[in-house]
Write a protein that binds this ligand. Sequence first.
Ligand SMILES: Nc1ncnc2c1ncn2[C@@H]1O[C@H](COP(=O)(O)OP(=O)(O)OP(=O)(O)O)[C@@H](O)[C@H]1O
Ligand SMILES: [Mg+2]
Length: 267
Amino acid sequence: MGRILAVANQKGGVGKTTTAINLGASLALADQRVLLVDVDPQCNLSSGVGLKGQSAPAGDIYDAIMADDVGDGSAFVVATNVSGLFAIPADRNLAGAEIELVPMLARETRLRRIIEPLRDRFDYILIDCPPSLGLLTLNALVACDAVLIPLHCEYFALEGLADLVGTLKRVRTVLNPALDIDGVLLTMYDERTNLGQQVSRDVRSFFKDKVFHTVIPRNVRLGEAPSHGMPVILYDVKSRGAEAYLALAREMLARNGRAPQTASATH
Ligand SMILES: Nc1ncnc2c1ncn2[C@@H]1O[C@H](COP(=O)(O)OP(=O)(O)OP(=O)(O)O)[C@@H](O)[C@H]1O
Ligand SMILES: [Mg+2]
């Protein structure tokens, strides 16, 4: 049975999309079948895996969300240039969904309806959320088993997290009782600054063992890879960014009892 994770944080630019793409590709490299689902109208995930403007003949995630009948969901899945890594891409039309969903029946469960039947075809399904707590993120939180929260190592990292934690509580009460926090991931870490170390300490004292040992460093290759439409393991597998996401994949597999834990970039 596949594990469904929403990569969410309503704060913008914290590394959600970078994490979905590169964790997904690293898991695929470890022989996992991985599906990436883009539910952000910015479509950064889709272009980051070379699928800008592309979709399956059945349509993109917007068409799937709006469709009355989505079958088993597989008609919306396309392959990426990484073996074992698949995606349901988004286009800018998804921006309209946030409003069009409002009057719809079962508006919070439209995404779950698409993804749940795909669970037994993949080992991991990663949903890349937009930087808001609107209906698209809500759909992701209802569709997933757990949330992966990337946190940018900067002064305001923890600010606004109370809103996210509050939303998780409400979703748990009403729509998805089993919803868990899978883990908190420190991103864009700069070990040379005291601030990075301070934020890391604060986050670990707040979220305790939910915080991944693996920390993602600030790495220019991670920023460059999406403009070439490929995950960093294809762009520069020897970069620190690639090593960090490969280590994160190993840590996640070990946590989920799917592989022995090996050395990882820990702090
Ligand atoms: N570890 C890193 N080192 C250097 N650059 C990074 C790193 N992680 C992400 N970036 C860059 O920072 C920017 C924001 O990252 P990303 O798009 O992953 O964040 P996001 O949370 O998905 O943003 P949004 O909220 O807009 O969806 C991007 O330009 C990305 O390439
Ligand atoms: Mg993003």
